[in-house]
Design a protein around this ligand. Structure first.
Ligand code: NOJ
Ligand code: MG
Length: 542
């Protein structure tokens, strides 16, 4: 690329915010890198791996919760929002990590868990101590039904009812997740004040934003009406989905709270909010807020939820693009700590195609640690299960341990993750699937990720350009990404059979910029593109 086009590129990019141009990388801190040999990852571990993240080329890291926690839900049960759990380090360690992350040119997002605290949070301990506790109203307490049963039929995401009876005061409290995770009552002004101050505490320290846990759950029906049955539920599905979430999620009032979080973030420069929201895309759009005063990025989980089929995915991409409000910036997610890994869902060959899809779609990509080296789900022997979800609802494949196993850094024992006993087993193929080996293999999935990220950074057409789907059939997905002066064609084969893509309608010469197979070396194309099975290509239209 010459100097002229580089200047043009940077001025084009300058019109976009960092979270629009950038790539987010999720770190599950327990499993990323352990520095002290206790078998659990920690902040110093992340610090030691910043060079890797910089080399990979991501723009921001999001770290799952690192606050003091009894770890009933591995950090999503917080007992103090403004400190660091000793298992992960100290506040000083955090400040160092934040500084160093910034020095590496990378932003840092924390996980903000507003819906519930730990039952060991001093607020809850106080709240449950007596009916007239000053903090009673901070949580959701209700009288039993006349028969002594729970106030209504609401269910916990993690199995069973969502109400826990407290013998001491004779009332029930509501928990959308574990009973160790009581829901806060966001209708209480003091809760709002205290929780918005938590954002300020970390923003003052310099964090670049937050991923907001279950944003759509924060408000519940004031009348506590029973949720209706879900007519589509079938045995084998999570018992939670036996009911619709009409009165427990996605209430209109949630938007007022999201707007308040947004305005706190806007007290600072260049900070942002990502919302974790599992809703149909039509509903997701509301979370951009009225005229864009909601979450900057409501997570779009379609690539996680859809079958790995070209027609389903192509249709979903077009629909999402069509639904986006004018002020909404798109985003795409391939994996996270709650869902089966892409290499398992789609298979190792398609994991490469998925990487190309994620990094060439229009919208901020979020990568999940380990996916870049092709890590797959690790089956966990019954005796070693850690996830409370699997323990509560066993045997349905709902447990999340398989996608949370230690990052594979080297071929050394325990994959170079820890000197001690890792909290979850290391995948048995760590000797071949690891960062050290793959960095030296020219055509590894890691080097594919590296190259794709490099390309996305160098090509505004890919990071911020327009998107135009092209007709394709069978297993193919095709689209063009473009700026005024550049057009890049992406064609992906989501099947194992060779396929032909006709380029005659494009009426132009073309040269391959990158194949998932790395072997096309800028080959010129005319009318036909012959894709091999499991191949994706990025093509420059000349
Ligand atoms: C969503 C998080 O991603 C998940 O890991 C957690 O268990 C629940 N929220 C409860 O916080
Ligand atoms: Mg450790």
């Amino acid at each position: 690329m010459n100097a002229g086009s580089r200047t043009k590129n940077s001025s084009r990019l300058a019109r976009f915010r960092w979270w629009e141009r950038g790539i987010i990388y999720q770190i599950y801190p327990r499993s990323f890198m352990d520095s002290d040999g206790d078998g659990v990852g920690d902040l110093k571990g992340i610090l030691n791996r910043l060079d890797y993240l910089q080399w990979l080329g991501v723009d921001a890291i999001w770290i799952s919760p690192i606050y003091p926690s009894p770890m009933a839900d591995f950090g999503y049960d917080i007992s103090n929002y403004t400190d660091i759990d000793p298992m992960f380090g100290t506040l000083e360690d955090f400040d160092v990590l934040l500084d160093e992350t910034h020095r590496h040119g990378v932003k840092l997002l924390l996980d903000y868990v507003p819906n519930h605290t730990s039952d060991q949070h001093p607020w809850f301990i106080d709240s449950r101590s007596a009916r007239d506790s000053a903090k009673r109203g901070w949580y959701i307490w209700r009288d039993p039904k006349p028969d002594g049963g729970p106030p209504n039929n609401w269910l916990s995401n993690f199995g069973g009812g969502a109400w826990e009876r407290d013998d001491n005061t004779g009332q029930y409290y509501y928990h959308a997740f574990l009973k160790e995770q009581p829901d806060l009552n966001w209708r209480h002004p003091q809760v709002q004040e205290a929780m918005l101050d938590v954002l300020r505490f970390w923003l003052d320290r310099g964090v670049d934003g937050f991923r907001v846990d279950v944003m759509h759950h924060i408000m519940k029906d004031v009348e506590f009406r029973d949720n209706p049955r879900n007519p589509d539920w079938q045995p084998g599905m999570s018992p939670y989905h036996e009911l619709l979430t009409t009165y427990t999620a996605d209430l209109p009032e949630v938007q007022e709270i999201v707007a308040k979080m947004r305005s706190v973030v806007e007290e600072y420069r260049d900070r942002m909010l990502v919302g974790e929201i599992y809703l149909p895309v039509e509903r997701l759009m509301a979370y951009y807020g009225a005229s864009g005063k909601g979450a900057h990025l409501p997570f779009n989980f379609q690539l996680i939820r859809l079958p790995w089929k070209a027609r389903d995915i192509a249709a979903a991409v077009e629909r999402y693009e069509a639904l986006l409000p004018s002020y909404g910036w798109p985003n795409w997610v391939l994996g996270n700590h709650d869902k089966s890994r892409i290499a398992t869902r789609a298979g190792p060959a398609q994991a490469r195609v998925a990487a190309m899809l994620l990094l060439t779609l229009r919208g901020t990509p979020t990568l999940y640690y380990g996916d870049e080296i092709g890590m797959h789900d690790v089956p966990i022997p019954a005796g070693q299960v850690k996830d409370p979800f699997e323990k509560n609802v066993p045997g349905l494949g709902l447990g999340r341990d398989p996608e949370r196993t230690p990052m594979q850094w080297t071929g050394d024992e325990r994959a170079g993750f820890t000197m001690g006993r890792p909290w979850l087993p290391v995948a048995d193929d760590y000797e071949t699937i690891n960062v050290a080996v793959e960095r030296n293999q020219e055509t590894s999935i890691l080097n594919l990720y590296h190259r794709l990220i490099e390309l996305r950074r160098a090509e505004p057409a890919l990071s911020v350009g327009g998107f135009a789907p092209l007709p394709a059939d069978n297993d193919l997905i095709a689209y063009v990404r473009k700026t005024d002066e550049r057009r890049l064609l992406v064609v992906l084969n989501l099947g194992a059979k060779a396929r032909r893509f006709s380029m005659t309608e494009l009426h132009c010469r073309a040269a391959v910029l990158l194949s998932t197979h790395f072997d096309r070396n800028r080959a010129e194309l005319r009318d036909q593109l012959e894709l091999r099975g499991d191949e994706g290509v990025i093509i420059e239209l000349l």
